[in-house]
Design a protein. Sequence first.
Length: 204
Amino acid sequence: MNARTVFILIAMLLLSVDRMAAPIVEEEKATPAPERSAKRKAKEPETVKAPAKRAGSMADQQIQVVLSENTRASLMHLRTYVETVEKIPFAPKSDVKPDEVLERLRQVLSSRFRNVSILNDGSGSHSGDGLVMLFDLQAHVGMTSGEKNTVSVAGTFRDGGGRVIQTITGAGSTTVPYPAWRTHFPEALAAAFSEFSQKLSTAR
């Protein structure tokens, strides 16, 4: 290949290079940042709801207990029973203890209320503060072997305005054994108050 031919080839190459299109370079456009308004949109004031006022639980209140006519009659029956039995010659001391009824009642209520007062005279007068409970007791003591001892208790709760809130009950029974030296009445009383206490513990 002579010098002339080489020159022609170089010239042709230079011409072809000039005619090649320059590569197109696309400029990346930056994604525009979201416009921030000069002033933020004022937030609407949230309505603050006051917490619902919870009704005072039983444990926060004091309670006055009024004895029903049935209760006073039942207590009198128990006392009469004890006096009659203890007058029998050589008879053992009765296991029936009438005073235990109100003692158990006070113990059960004291576990739920900050202050308990029992109106033994049965009057319904009270200051209007706290709760009032009408206590009803029906009790029977068996006299002979095989006879049933039965106890049922009920407490009807009222608010300061006299409105009935709820009634809680309990019951128990036992059988006079043979020989009838003991009545087993205290066990029936304990069962009635145990049921009453369990229901009271779940009451609102």
